[in-house]
Design a protein around this ligand. Structure first.
Ligand code: GS8
Length: 220
């Protein structure tokens, strides 16, 4: 059993685990990160605390596990209420949950279709990916952040995904910035935050992981 109050079962390149790191940093909560070896062998602690999915991240709060990153970020917001991440009104919260769910269902898988794709499949994957970013730009509107003036829940769910964009761009032969100006401006604004700058994985290192994943999937 971990003795620290807040322990995160982590993997540095995981955009899902990065969400939790950023959320804890925004709340000023000290935590102990335990890096998992996802390709070598998962710890007993991970297997026991997330028996259903056996995935990172897992947040252990006083030894009690919370799993699934969006669920964990919502838990962090309730357990440490200040500063709030979700909006105060019910409608704003419903909107935030809708977009978090959209991001969960769409962004990572669309990116994988790019780095796994070839020929016509790759062209379709790129088109789909840009379409998703355009839909997100629609949700952002003229606001600085998804929730309005301050960095919040949806920003935390989405920003870690962007550390994989460099790999998508390299394998897809395109630039997000050329096609989605508003999205790129939002990314840059988020990067200025200490929590994001500190915990976002290095895009070049993520690219190396993607090269490895392509090899593991038999793509050269
Ligand atoms: C996804 C976590 C996940 O895919 C969440 O927490 O939001 N819906 C979950 N974790 C990956 C690492 S990042 O790609 C993982 O732990 N994979 C190990 C495995 O699949 O065995």
């Amino acid at each position: 059993m971990p003795t620290k109050e807040v322990v995160l079962l982590d993997f540095w390149a995981s955009p899902f685990a990065t969400r939790v790191r950023i959320a804890l940093a925004e709340k000023g909560v000290a935590f102990e990160g335990q890096e998992e070896d996802l390709f070598g062998g998962k710890s007993e602690l991970l297997l026991n605390s997330n028996p259903i999915y056996q995935k990172v991240p897992v947040l252990l709060h006083d030894g009690k596990p919370v799993v699934e990153s969006t669920n964990i970020v919502a838990y962090v917001d309730e357990a440490w209420p200040s500063p709030p991440l979700l909006p105060p009104c019910a409608y704003g919260r419903a909107q935030a949950r809708f977009w978090a769910d959209f991001i969960d269902k769409k962004v990572f898988d669309a990116g994988r279709n790019i780095w796994m794709g070839k020929g016509e499949e790759l062209e379709v994957a790129k088109k789909d990916f840009i379409e998703i970013l355009k839909q997100l730009e629609g949700a952002l509107g003229e606001k600085d952040y998804f929730g309005g003036d301050s960095f919040g829940f949806v920003d935390i769910i989405l920003i870690p995904m962007t550390s994989w964009f460099y790999a998508y761009e390299k394998f897809g032969g395109f630039k997000v910035e050329d096609q989605c100006h508003k999205f790129s401006a939002w990314m840059k604004k988020c990067m200025e935050r200490e929590s994001v700058a500190k915990y976002l994985p290095c895009p070049q290192k993520v690219y190396e992981i993607v090269i490895m994943l392509r090899k593991m999937n038999g793509i050269e």
